[in-house]
Write a protein of this length. Structure first.
Length: 74
């Protein structure tokens, strides 16, 4: 039995979205881990804070995670 074209398209779109969600979440977690280090110079820390702030908007919009990032300076 063949699936209707709409269902196949929807399944492919969902698989791609799931893969993208995982990638975004990985970047988010890596940025948080980097900001947890105590050996960062001020410029590096400031740039990581900016990057995490931007990525956190995507993570929150996709409802992948929700953290209060105040402890990391975001």
């Amino acid at each position: 039995m063949d699936l209707p074209r709409e269902r196949v398209t929807e399944a492919v779109a969902h698989a791609r979205a799931t893969e993208m969600d995982g990638g975004v979440l990985l970047v988010y977690q890596e940025l948080k881990a980097l900001l947890g280090r105590d050996d960062l110079d001020p410029a590096t820390r400031a740039n990581l804070v900016e990057a995490l702030a931007a990525v956190s908007l995507v993570v929150h919009d996709l409802v992948l995670d929700y953290d209060m990032l105040y402890d990391l300076g975001v």
